[in-house]
Design a protein around this ligand. Sequence first.
Ligand code: C2E
Ligand code: CA
Ligand code: CA
Length: 567
Amino acid sequence: MSQSKPMQRRRLVLVVEDQEINRDILGLILEDHYDVLYAEDGAEGIEMIRTHAEDLSIILLDLMMPVMDGFQVLEIIRDDESLNQIPVIVLTAEKQAELRALQMGAADFITKPFDMHEVILARVSRIIELCEGRELIRATEYDPLTHLYSVGFFFKYADQFIRFRPDLKMDAIELNIDRFHSVNDLNGREFGDKVLKALADEIRSMMPQGKAIACRSDADRFFVFCNSCQDYAGMLERLQSAMNRVSERVNLRLRMGVCPYTEGLELRQQFDRAKTACNMVRGSYRSHLMIYDDTIRQREMYQQALINDLSHGVEHGEFKVFYQPKYNIQVDPPRLSSAEALIRWQHPERGMISPGDFIPLFESNGLIQVIDTFVWEEVARQIADWRQRLGITIPVSVNLSRTDVFDPQLESLLLNLMKQYNLEPSIMKLEVTESAYTDDANQLISVINSLREKGFEIEMDDFGSGYSSLNMLSTLPIDVLKMDMKFIQNIEHNDKDFRLIQLILDIAKYLNVPVVAEGVETQNQMILLRDASCDLCQGYYFSRPLPADQFEQLLLREFTENRSGTK
Ligand code: C2E
Ligand code: CA
Ligand code: CA
């Protein structure tokens, strides 16, 4: 066929159809818009397809033909990489045949006898557009590093899976490498890339053709969508071995979250659940595989309810600050020295909710700042109130979360509070958990240095629970070490724990900072700590965290009996 307008290339269509009348009708419909080639049977069709493979935009293929029928043509096209990008619309009179043709890769079908010409034209142009669009996005179909799918394409593809293969029950999987950013930082990007490629290769090699797809979402996050009922522990083990082969030196830990097929659940939600499951084994030493189940769903619903109730709770005074005293145990009898502010949520329906239930949750989504700013304000107000009404100045420490520390407003917010209540910064001490120091130590250190310059004192909380090295400790700006509770719990029975405590006390002495022992529950523990020259104790042995009015009673008792308080 000649090309009528050289400036605007007309698309080329091949009609493979043995009946002349049908060829004529299709020619009538198409020739105004396309250049059309005709073949009279399958064999001739294939020959023309091969000759014009580069230029063909679409093939209209009859199924029932002499010499070689349409199914054979479809099969040849499907199996030939140079041909299988060309879309095929089948022409058929039989419902049965449609399905089979679609399964063999046909893009669409047109039923005979031909009816509405506009419909036929519209179908042809739509399929051409779709396929040309696909050409364009082909470049973005793949992640250039791993050659797995890109995440956008992955989800489109997964959608198709669900639509066209409802018989396959598909599970959603998320895979992650623990602390991948440090792996990158410590070993270089090139090594990081090598790790990601190795993981991608292993994923690819494990996926049954046509029953699974995979992509890299971002950084070290991989998604797999695969046919259900697999042995996930085995799968993880295999992937982990591939990780172990990358390097003997670097310890790479994979974790995996699975959300099994759930009727009626949307694709994105299914992957959200896989992510939730995967996050639950983050940093865990014992288990690296989590399968989303009803218990997790219940927990998520509970957490969602807490999130919904948060602002109402703050507005309606459901949050209360409790105070737990810290005692100086190097004097006899021990003397009240300060307190720690601990939040409590008196929920109207759920009763008293412990911070263990909501702090980690609100830390994970940034809402913790709502609570913490409330606590700081309340504590500043309370310190000033006690000072004014009772003439007693008692230092109180508040807890800072990681998100707080990285908030650029933190310092000005705290300074404004101090100004507003006419307090010196050293009266409100700041507890920062040790694990916060391990993530982005440099930034944290600069924030903390600046706070210390302004007069705030920093207590390192939960010391011994994290990973800070001794080396790091000497460069960290801190004023007080709070030993993690787990050491204290066993000191009476476990000699090793007691020696650890002695070691921590020696380090603190070397750093010239006082040590607080937390979670002291018995007199015996207190005596052991005192004799090991620990400075301060906090725990049920002295008092549980108390509401402000009860703590005030304790303050008054301590300061009248034992007039040697802070002021
Ligand atoms: P933490 O900062 O390590 O606080 C010490 C926890 O130990 C408190 O738990 C306290 O009630 C508990 N405790 C004190 N003495 C004993 C004892 O003798 N035995 C035992 N078994 N436990 C004792 P709580 O109040 O449940 O708080 C848990 C965690 O929640 C705190 O750990 C802290 O990390 C966080 N948290 C509490 N209040 C706040 C807050 O206002 N802001 C932030 N960001 N976190 C808070
Ligand atoms: Ca604390
Ligand atoms: Ca602590």
